[in-house]
Design a protein around this ligand. Sequence first.
Ligand code: BMA
Length: 835
Amino acid sequence: MDSPSVFRGIVLNRYKLIKEKEQTRMTKRKIFEKFKICVEGSSNWYPMRVPGSAMDTFYQEGILPDPYQGTNEYQWKEFFNNDFLVKGVFDVGPEEFSKEKLMLVFHGIDTIGQIFLNGTELGLVQNMHRRYAFSVQGIVQAGENVLEIKLTSPLKYIEKKKTEAKRKIHLTNTGNLSGSQYIRKAHCMFGWDWGPVLPDAGIFRPIELWAYSEAGLGETLVRQRHTKGEVVLQIETTVCGNNAETESKVSYELFSPDGAMIYEGTQECITIDHPQLWWPNGYGKQPLYTLKVYLRTSQERLDEKEYRIGLRTLTISQAPDKWGQEFAITVNGVKIFARGADYIPDDCFYARITKEVLERDVQAAVFANFNCLRVWGGGYYPSDTFYDLCDEYGILLWQDLMFACNIYDLTEDFIENIEEEAKDNLLRFRNHASLALICGNNEMETAWENWSDAKGHDPSLKRDYLLQFEYILQKIAKETAPDTFYWPSSPSSGGSFDNPDDENRGDCHYWDVWHGQKPFEEYLNHFFRFCSEFGFQSLPSMKTITAFAEKKDCNLFSRVMESHQKNPSANGKILYYLSETFRYPKNLESLVFLSQVLQGYAMKTATEHFRRNRGRCMGSIYWQFNDNWPVASWSSMDYFGRYKALHYMARKFCAPIAGSIRKQQQKVEFWISNETFEPVQVQAEICLKTLDFEILEEHVLSCDVPALSAVCMDTRDYQELIHGQADNVFVCVEYEYTSGGITEKKKEFEIFVPMKYLELKDPCLTVKEYEDGSVLLAAKSFVPYCMIESEDGDVIWEDNAVALTDETPVLLNVWLNQTDRKHGIKVYDVYHTYH
Ligand code: BMA
C-alpha cells in the first residue's frame, strides 16, 4: 500500500525548506517612529503615535481632558477648528533604496491632507475610507527622510463646502452636524443620536513603505464554482508594473484547512475534491483554505500575497411567496435565519480600534449566538482584521457602504472620490467568506420617500440618489465583487423608491417601538421579511457610568448624564416604558438594572416573534451591537465591552434552539425554534406556580421539532386557574433536548399582569461565589430577573440576567475573566429595585 499522505509530507517538508530560503523582493514595512504634531501656526510640537490622531495626542499629553469624562466633549469643539501639521522622520537603508520602485502607502488618513516628502508635495488626500499610495521614487533619499502632512480642519472644510454647494441641503440627522455629507469621513464623527461630536483628524491606520522591483502583485479575485463533491476555484490576478520586462509569472499554492498542500502551479482554475464547506456560526464549522499567490521570475520571487478562503455559496433568495417576496440569506443552498445586531465604530479615537477590540467584538457576537452583523453605513469600513475574524468565527456581514441618513451633492469630484473608495474597500473584502451582501446606504431611499426633512430639496438631488446607489455604486460592486449580492439601501424593497418600507419585501427598519413609543406587543403585529433594525435603549452599567460621571452627577437628569444621552428625550422614553412595566426604582443603580431588563425584554419579544415566523421572516438584526463611547444607547455591549442584560438575553433568544412563550391574555402558547440541521426532540415541563413556587398545575410533554423550523408545542388556557390571583402567579416552561451530543436544559417564564403589579416577595437570595468566579444563586420566591456583576474588574458569565423559578440553585459559570478580579459580587433583582 502506498501512503500518499506520508509521501506528501516528505515532499512538503522539502518544499518548505526551499521556500524558506527564497526571499521575496517586495518589502513592506510600517513607518511609525519619530512622529510629532502641532496645531498649524503654533510651534508647540507633541510626540504623536502612528496610528494616532490630534485628539489622541492632545489628550495623552494632557493639553485637553478626556473627552469621554463629564461634559469635556464640548471643550474639544474649538480644537477641531484647527489645522494640524504632522511631521515624521524615517530612514531608508541602502537595500531598500536600491529597489526600482518605492511607494508610500497610507492605509487610513483622516481626512483632508496635503502630503509632502522631503519638501516635495506628493498629493492631496481627501477620503478617510480610502487607501492612498504615492510613488516616491526620486523623492525618497537614502538615509533620513522627512514626511509632512498638513491636515485641514474637517469643520472648516465642511463649512466651506456647504457655502460653495450649488444645491442646498437641509436634511441633517439627529445629533449630526450639518454638512457631514461633504466629506468622506465617518459621518458619526460629527455626532449621532448615540455619539458625541468629535471630528478628529489624524492617521488612523498604518503608513507603509513598499520597496520592490519592476513588478508587483495587484489584486486577486477568487471565484467559486460548486458542483456535487467538488469546488472549482477560478482565480484572477492582476500584476502591476512592468511585467513584460521582468518576464514574471503568477503562481499559486493552495493549502487545505489542516495545512496540507492541495495545489501548486500556475493554473487559474483549481479543483478541490471533497471540499470542506464554510458555514455561519451555529450551522457548522468555518474551515479556511489558504491561497498563496506569488509573482516570480525564473530567478527570484518578486512578490507574494495570502488569502484565506472559505468555500461556500452565498446569495440572498428573493423568491416570491404567498406574502410577497422572501429575503433570506442562503448559504450552501440553505436558507438561514440571520440573528445579530448592527455594528458601529468602536471608538471616537479610531486608532484605538485595535485587533483586541475587534476580537472582543466578534467573540461577543459568538457569545450571543449571532451569525450576522450589519456594518452600518454611518461609520467606517473596519480593518482587514475584522473580516478575518468574521471568517474565523462564522459571522456573516451585511456590509453597508459608508453612506447614511444624508443627501449627497453628486459633483464630479465627489463621484470620482466615492468610486475609488468603493473599489478600494470591495477589493479589500470581496474574497471573504463572511461577506454576505453589499448594501448601498443606510435609510436614504426611505428618507427620500418618507422623511419630512427630506422634502423641499432640488429634485435633481433625488435623481442623483438613483445615479449614486442604483447605477454608479451598483456597477462598481458588480464589477469588483461579481459574486456578492448588492442591495441598494437598508431598508429597501429592491430600489427605485418602490415602497422601501414594504413589510412584505426586502428588509425593514422598525422604530414604532421606541421612537414611536408604542408598546412592545406592537412587534407582534408585524411580519417583516428581514428586520435589519429595531431597538430599545438602556443605561450602561454603574461601573461605566461612574467612569464618566462623578458621584454628584449620578442622577439621570444631571448635565453629565444628559450629555451621555444623545437621543433627545430618550431618558424620558426609558422612564415612560419603565412606568408601564416596573415599579418606581429606588435609586440610579436600580434604574440602570431595570432599563437593561426592559431593553432585553423588548428585543426578546421581537426576535422570538420573528423566529416563530421563520420562513416568512428570515432575519432579526437589532439596533445596536456596540458603542463608540460610554453612553446611554441602544447597544447590548457598552463601550468598555461590558454586556448589558440584553446581551446575555440575546445568547438565549438567538440560540440555535430556543424556546419562547406567546401570550394572548390568559392563553399561552409554548414554542420551540430549531435553527439546526437536525430534528430535535424536546421534553418540556410546563408549570403554573404561585410566586412562592407552589405548583398550581403541571403538565409534561414531548415534542418533535423538525430541522430549520419553529413549532408550537402546546397551548394552554389559564383563565380559570389564575382567576383572582393573576398578581401572584407565573407560568414556567422548562425544556430539555439533546443536540449535537449535548443535552441542554433551559427555561422561559411569563406573567399575566404588568410586572409592576406582581406581589413579589423578598426572595431572600443566597449568593455563593466560588474560587473560579462561578456564582451559585438561590431564592425562596420568584425572581423574574436577577443579574450579577463583579465589584472589581470585569467578568462575563456564561449566563446572567436569569430567572429563579424554583428553589433549585442556579449556577452561573465564568465565560471570560477579563481582568484579575478581586472577589465581590453585586446582585440585582427586581424586588430590591423598590425595597
Ligand atoms: C437607525 C440607525 C441610526 C440611529 C438609530 C437610532 O435608523 O440607522 O441612524 O442611530 O436608528 O435612532
